[in-house]
Design a protein around this ligand. Structure first.
Ligand code: FES
Ligand code: FES
Length: 170
């Protein structure tokens, strides 16, 4: 069977779709290209550049955000799949100028170097601590184990996570 590659290459782009979603408590209506990732949509269309894009295939965790309260890798989702959903990004964590305790802990324990991985790690810790404010070491390792830090500052990240648990009162 022959396949007409030329006609595939010339296939028109699908038209952008209207989507409505809530991000950090604010409702957005926008048009999203069907193939645009949620990570790119947050950064490019909504200007929420705190979410970082690293590997773009689900390995590094830099792009982690919360979808209806659950941590997801926004590079693995399409923006159109978030239609009607509720999202939280790193920008939604601080209360005005008041850092969230997890952010405060990373500040105090120097839990970052270049900071590229930090937003994703903090969002995963936030989700874990909402589920369980008193996690075991194994649970902390399990959560942090889903993230890669190219600066390799894992010891300080771990110290930051433990201080965050104290600050939150776990
Ligand atoms: S950029 Fe999404 S997991 Fe690496
Ligand atoms: S602090 Fe640089 S990648 Fe983690």
């Amino acid at each position: 069977m022959s396949v007409d590659i030329r006609s595939q290459a010339e296939a028109p782009e699908a038209a952008p779709r209207a989507i409505t979603l809530t991000v950090n408590g604010k409702r957005y209506s926008a048009r999203a290209e069907p193939r645009k990732t949620l990570a790119d949509f947050l950064r490019e269309d909504l200007g929420l550049t705190g979410t970082r894009v690293g590997c773009e295939h689900g390995s590094c965790g830099a792009c982690t955000v919360l979808l209806n309260g659950a941590a997801v890798r926004s590079c693995l989702m399409l923006a159109v799949q978030a239609d009607g959903q509720e999202l939280m990004t790193i920008e939604g964590l601080a209360d005005g100028n008041q850092l969230h305790p997890i952010q405060q802990a990373f500040w105090e324990e120097h839990g970052l170097q270049c900071g590229y991985c930090t937003a994703g790690i903090i969002m995963s810790l936030y989700e874990m601590l909402r589920r369980n404010p008193k996690p075991s070491d194994e649970e902390i390792y399990d959560t942090l184990g889903g993230h890669l830090c190219r600066c390799t500052g894992y010891q300080d990240i771990l110290k930051s996570a433990k201080l965050a648990i104290k600050l939150i009162g776990g």
